[in-house]
Design a protein around this ligand. Structure first.
Ligand code: SF4
Length: 425
């Protein structure tokens, strides 16, 4: 059963009388568990829908509609699948106490991997899940491989029963499922020869593995530092050498880079980022792979002729990691818009200064950094530091921050979004 949370006015669901609280029980006699069942089973032109209305009345609707026309319901979010692992570098272990309960959930959910590109390990799949992935063709999936050697992977995941990932990928690939993969590199465990072996095994696997990103392990001051550490600059340079060696082979043989290093890997290594071309379609940009080149590309394509930013002073809030790479983006942006940009790197007051990513910046630290900036006309905030409900990780809301900020503050993913909004206005 799935509960309806909203019905779009004028939609098929609205005409049928579905409303908030309606329980969707089955489609064509098949019970519904989650949004995947709903989407795949209602994809037919004609369906038999069985519902229970909030007053308890059960109704069956025989629905015929043009193919592709949505029924028009919003569904309650699925119950998240819990993770079966206990990685030493787990983000959840690195959280301070006192945050929202939901942040302490270790999720590892193939459904969210398919829908949102969240990385999953596939270690908690039941046979029914395997069948659903195949039947519903959930492709591509985003998979955390870390190491193809089963014993090293089990060690990294702290899961002695983790199945052999290569065998799992092989089974899915035989049914047409493709994968974006990542290796979170933990020095002394899956770097060096293990990294080389993992990259090689995944590459030789064939075209079902679309790419493989190497991301250095990131810790906070609350992480298990007695068990895991962040890589040194030298270790990052060694990893980049392996990634680029594999990418050279891939470009010669397949015309794509295939192996990619996260921006953070280059940053920690003190090595210049590769050019935009090597990232292809930027498929792992949400994973911090190619973010800077992607931003530059987006800005380079902007036509901001009608934007009234010329001569304005715009503050750009970011984490201390991006702050090192951002000047090359802002220089380009200044040329396109005629505005003056002030970078505002914010130190993470909640997780400690070692956490440098913009995505984990608490609202309180951002507010502190902009509170006295009356010299600015506008402040751009990193949108990745907000969740879907516009809350920062410390539960400050965007509205709270905007109300307390001395100048207009707007979230932005890539600058182009704010510029587009401004042009529309
Ligand atoms: S797979 Fe590892 S890092 Fe991810 S949630 Fe589970 S324990 Fe944490």
């Amino acid at each position: 059963m799935i509960r309806v949370t909203a019905v779009h006015p004028g939609s098929v669901a609205d005409e049928l009388g579905l409303r908030e609280g309606t329980e969707l029980l089955s489609v064509n006699g098949r019970e519904l568990d989650d949004f995947l069942d709903w989407e795949f089973l209602t994809a037919e032109e004609q369906i038999l829908l069985h519902v229970r209305q909030p007053d308890g009345e059960e109704i069956e609707f025989d629905i015929e509609r043009p193919l592709g026309e949505p029924l028009g319901v919003a569904l309650e979010p699925p119950r998240i699948r819990r993770c079966a692992n206990r990685c030493d570098f787990c983000f959840v272990d690195g959280l301070p106490d006192g945050l929202r309960d939901v942040l302490y959930i270790r999720d590892d959910d193939y459904r969210l991997s398919f829908r949102y590109g969240n990385f999953a390990t596939l270690t908690n799949l039941k046979s029914r899940d395997v069948q659903r992935i195949i039947d519903y063709r959930l492709s591509p999936l985003y998979v955390s491989v870390h190491a193809t050697d089963p014993s090293i992977r089990r060690y990294l995941l702290r899961n002695p029963t983790a199945p052999d990932i290569v065998a799992q990928l092989r089974e899915f690939a035989a049914h047409g499922i493709e994968f974006h993969t990542q290796i979170v590199m933990s020095p002394g465990v899956n770097d060096g020869l293990v990294l080389r072996e993992t990259l090689d095994t995944l590459y030789r696997f064939g075209p079902a593995i679309l790419d493989c990103a190497v991301v250095p392990v990131g810790l906070t001051e609350f992480s298990k530092h007695h068990l895991v550490r962040e890589p040194t600059a030298e270790e990052c340079r060694a990893a980049i050498a392996l990634v680029e060696e594999q990418a050279d082979i891939a470009r010669r043989e397949r015309g794509t880079s295939w192996a990619l290093g996260a921006d953070e890997l280059y940053l920690r290594a003190g090595v210049e980022l590769p050019p935009a071309e090597i990232y292809g379609d930027f498929e792992q940009v949400e994973n911090g792979v190619g973010s800077i080149r992607w931003l530059q590309q987006r800005i380079g394509r902007l036509d901001s002729g009608s934007l009234g930013w010329r001569g304005q002073r715009v503050g750009v809030v970011t984490g201390t990691a991006m702050a090192q790479l951002m000047p090359q983006v802002l220089e380009l942006l200044a040329g396109v818009t005629g505005a003056v940009f002030d970078l505002i790197p914010v130190v993470n007051s909640l997780f400690g200064p070692s956490v440098t990513t913009a995505g984990l910046l608490p609202g309180a630290a951002i507010l502190e950094a902009v509170r006295s900036r009356r010299d600015l006309d506008l402040v751009l905030l990193p949108s990745e530091s907000l969740n879907d409900n516009e809350l920062f990780i410390d539960s400050m809301s965007l509205t709270q921050l905007q109300t307390s900020s001395p100048v207009e503050a707007r979230p932005s993913k890539d600058f182009a979004d704010v510029i587009a909004e401004s042009v529309e206005v």
